[in-house]
Design a protein around this ligand. Structure first.
Ligand code: IPE
Ligand code: IPE
Ligand code: MG
Length: 622
């Protein structure tokens, strides 16, 4: 990876940073040991590629540690356990002295990847440590899933974070697990010579029995008719699973990932053909697909992928990670203090450098081309506040863990922010975490914060004309969340478009009590005469006194309450309740809410009933 920004130019001539070297090492490993997978990774948007090298290299490395055939099994297992423990320590500290772990740590931090899921997959690799083969296809499948679903899933998550609207987990798509099985079996056939060198047969015993093949026959490379039939059968199975997954996934994947999948099926199919054609040689040495075959598959795929990513990802997200690497903040691998030209280390106070697009990009259009209603500025609400509710129920309803709901909720918020920019809304306030939400499980809370942090660090709002304000208390919040909120507030302070107030650790009553305490202190100090405490004076003592009154308060997910949200500011807000859970919302729902608002008669205690007409096609309250 070669960085091209000014900052990296200032570093040219010096030794490459440890992080660059880490990613380069991962790339080298993948390219030399798994050229097919490497070619597939190069079909991903450039910003995703380094992470895919890091993920794949880490898994490959762990796998290779177990394959060190010259070592005693116990020794191999110990090495892998040590490596995993070191990785966990690196992930906690945000840096590493090992190139592969450094790249992986950076990728995990930068993109908010699901650590639990990744470590779980590593553990599944480690379970192979016993070197015991499996008996049934069922066991074989479980092993295939446990080891291989996590990392493509993380890549998909990155694409979602880049703005691709697919808030689903790959593992829930019919056909995806079949794809993983096809890939695992192809890999096993391709690795056969090496595995047999180590004395391992990984096919399930039931298939050996069915073809009357013994492990010893394979290990001694006897090309009997039975062995030939079995290899042919296994290659056929792998091809059928891959093709079946292509049929099942067609239509449920967005274009970009669909091209990668399609090409994977073609390339692995070509490998299977080559293995079958190689006959007995397939037991002895690795089989390679002919270059021209590879080229015939890859050349058109590359061209299509490049166009599709450009069309489907928001501007800037289809390009290299270099920009993000230099501006988001990165692992301080050399431990040097930060200066204006050096990249920032990842963790700790004041260590986030915002990636700000200057000038800000125009709003990203709606993915189906929906256009905003034309509402005159005079008729727009000045301040819309949203209780983004229903993430958990949405996820549970789909059989997903609750944090997937929060993740999908973040995607929904991105779209709503774009819609707010499109209609020129001045203030949007969203309830992200209430003081009551501490009652949730520590696991949910920490995942929520991880999602929030990742979103704030690298969400698309930084690309647009959004000024971020944090509303809430630092009490009890993790330092890294406080830091990222403060640094992004600071970074966006000169933006003049939408002010996005994010309520994190916010409680309405706590806010009122704080204002009361501040007034009492001022009275004791003789600065305030209790007899003169007016509404205005009280409001001036609120911790977030710059927040304007709320005109429209909207809550999703069918709950009809305000849950301690903005009691002072929303005292005369128009209320709007909708049934859909927050992850299902997009900007069109904001426009419908705002349009409905324009039909409200806001008397505010008076008798005149001014209507607020709109130039939008006549929509009524939904
Ligand atoms: C809202 O969704 C998000 C937060 C409170 C952080 P919920 O997590 O409350 O989802 P439900 O209400 O349980 O479905
Ligand atoms: C309100 O939702 C808080 C946020 C959306 C952050 P909750 O889901 O926490 O509220 P209750 O528990 O339904 O009142
Ligand atoms: Mg809720």
């Amino acid at each position: 990876m070669r960085r091209t920004t000014t900052r990296s130019r200032t570093r040219s001539g010096r030794a490459r940073s440890a992080l660059d070297a880490g990613y380069d090492e991962c790339r080298r490993l993948v390219r030399t040991t798994r050229p097919t997978e490497y070619a597939l990774m190069q079909l991903m948007p450039p910003v995703v590629r380094p992470v895919s090298w890091a993920l794949y290299a880490a898994f490959g490395y762990a796998d290779d540690l177990l394959d060190l055939s010259e070592e005693a099994p116990r020794e191999r297992g110990r090495r892998l356990r040590e490596w995993r423990a070191a990785l966990e320590a690196d992930l906690a500290s945000g840096t590493s002295d090992d190139p592969i772990r450094l790249a992986l740590t950076d990728a995990v931090w930068r993109w908010g990847l699901d650590l639990g899921d990744l470590l779980g997959a590593l553990d599944a690799v480690q379970r192979d440590d016993d070197r015991k083969g499996v008996t049934t296809w069922q066991e074989w499948r479980e092993r295939a899933h446990a080891q291989n679903i996590s990392w493509p899933e993380q890549l998909m998550r990155m694409l979602v974070r880049c703005g691709l609207p697919v808030p689903v987990r790959l593992r829930d798509l019919a056909g995806f697990t079949r794809f993983v099985e096809g890939l695992f079996l192809t890999d096993m056939l391709r690795d056969l010579p090496e595995d047999l060198d180590g004395g391992h047969v990984w096919f399930p015993a039931e298939v050996l029995d069915r073809f009357h093949v013994t492990p010893d026959e394979l290990i001694s490379r006897q090309w009997t008719p039975a062995v030939q039939r079995m290899i042919g059968h296994l290659a056929g199975e792998a091809r059928e699973w891959l093709e079946g997954s292509r049929r099942a996934l067609r239509g449920s994947l967005p274009l970009g990932p669909a091209i990668v999948l399609d090409t994977a099926v073609d390339l692995f199919g070509a490998e299977l053909d080559a293995i079958v054609r190689a006959g007995s040689a397939a037991l002895r040495r690795p089989v390679r697909v002919a270059r021209h075959t590879e080229w015939r598959i890859l050349a058109p795929a590359r061209a299509r992928a490049a166009v599709v990513w450009r069309l489907t990802l928001p501007p800037g997200r289809d390009t290299a990670m270099d920009t993000a690497m230099d501006t988001v903040g990165r692992a301080g691998a050399d431990g040097s203090p930060r200066d204006d030209t050096a990249p920032a280390p990842l963790a700790g106070p004041e260590r986030h450098t915002a990636r700000i697009a200057e000038p800000p990009l125009p709003p990203r259009p709606h993915r189906d081309g929906a256009r905003p209603p034309a509402i005159a500025a005079a008729h727009l609400p000045q301040h819309v506040a949203i209780v983004m509710d229903g993430n958990g129920r949405w996820a549970t309803g789909l059989g997903l863990p609750r944090d997937e709901g929060h993740r999908a909720g973040a995607v929904a918020l991105r779209d709503v922010v774009q819609g707010a920019l499109e209609i020129g809304l001045p203030h949007l306030t969203v309830y992200a975490f209430s003081t009551e939400n501490w009652k949730r499980s520590p696991d949910e809370v920490s995942k929520l914060f991880a999602i929030m942090r990742a979103e704030l660090l690298d969400g698309e709002l930084l690309d647009h004309d959004v000024r971020l304000r944090w509303v809430g208390s630092p009490d009890g919040l993790p330092d890294d969340v406080v830091n990222v909120l403060r640094s992004q507030e600071h970074a966006t302070r000169n933006r003049t478009g939408l002010t996005l107030n994010v309520c994190v650790n916010y409680g309405g009553r706590a806010e009122l009590a704080q204002a009361g305490a501040a007034l009492a202190r001022a009275a004791l100090a003789g600065e305030v005469d209790p007899a003169r405490v007016s509404e205005q004076l009280f409001a001036a003592h609120l911790p977030h006194h710059a927040l304007p009154d709320v005109d429209l308060l909207w809550r999703t997910s069918g709950e009809i309450r305000t849950s301690n949200f903005l009691p002072w500011h929303a005292h005369y807000a128009e209320l709007h309740f909708t049934d859909q859970p927050w992850p299902e919302v997009d900007r069109r729902d904001l426009w419908a809410a705002v349009t409905a608002y324009t039909h409200r008669k806001r008397r505010k205690g008076g008798t005149t009933t001014p209507t607020v007409p709109t130039r939008a096609p006549g929509e009524t309250e939904g």
